[in-house]
Design a protein around this ligand. Structure first.
Ligand code: AMP
Length: 147
């Protein structure tokens, strides 16, 4: 088994996120690897319960989503002991941004959930599938069940 040095959690802030982060942390400890986290805010955001309480419509919605995401990210990072310089909050296409962050930071394993917000009807969610196809490094899809 290869020794991973830098493991990246792709966090979509759904309820299943903990299972993905737990697996990544477990692997980071076993490999004595660095643990990082990335969340990507969609280019064209729509309101989404996963971002927390109601987002006002009168401001810049993307900015509001970024602020809400920052809080979510800080909470998860604190829970999993991830330093601020290993937290990435990006705007754009989730699969492309996850892969870009991985490449720019010499990540050798990306951990995603098999499904998130978009993928329950599919064998593998669209983001997970996209990351798997575009990444240069290993990708682990943690099997999540819709229960
Ligand atoms: P999906 O393809 O949307 O079903 O999501 C599958 C997995 O991709 C999720 O469990 C996350 O690990 C990851 N993912 C999806 N959307 C995002 C996002 N916006 N930011 C970071 N990771 C994401």
């Amino acid at each position: 088994m290869s020794n991973y040095k830098h493991i990246l959690i792709a966090a979509d802030f759904t309820d299943h996120g903990d299972a993905v982060a737990n697996k990544a942390k477990e692997l980071a400890e076993a490999n004595q690897a660095q643990l990082s986290i990335v969340h990507v805010v969609d280019n064209l955001p729509i309101t989404d319960a996963n971002y927390g309480p109601i987002i006002p419509f009168d401001g810049d919605l993307t900015e509001e989503l970024m602020n809400a995401s920052k809080k979510r990210m800080a909470k998860i990072a604190c829970e999993f002991g991830i330093a601020e310089n290993r937290q990435w909050l990006e705007i754009g296409s989730a699969k492309l941004e996850i892969v870009r962050i991985a490449e720019e930071n010499s990540v050798d394993l990306i951990v995603v959930g098999s499904h998130g917000r978009h993928g329950w009807a599919l064998l593998l969610g669209s983001t997970a599938n996209g990351v798997l196809h575009h990444a240069m490094c290993d990708v682990l899809a943690v099997r999540l069940k819709d229960d």
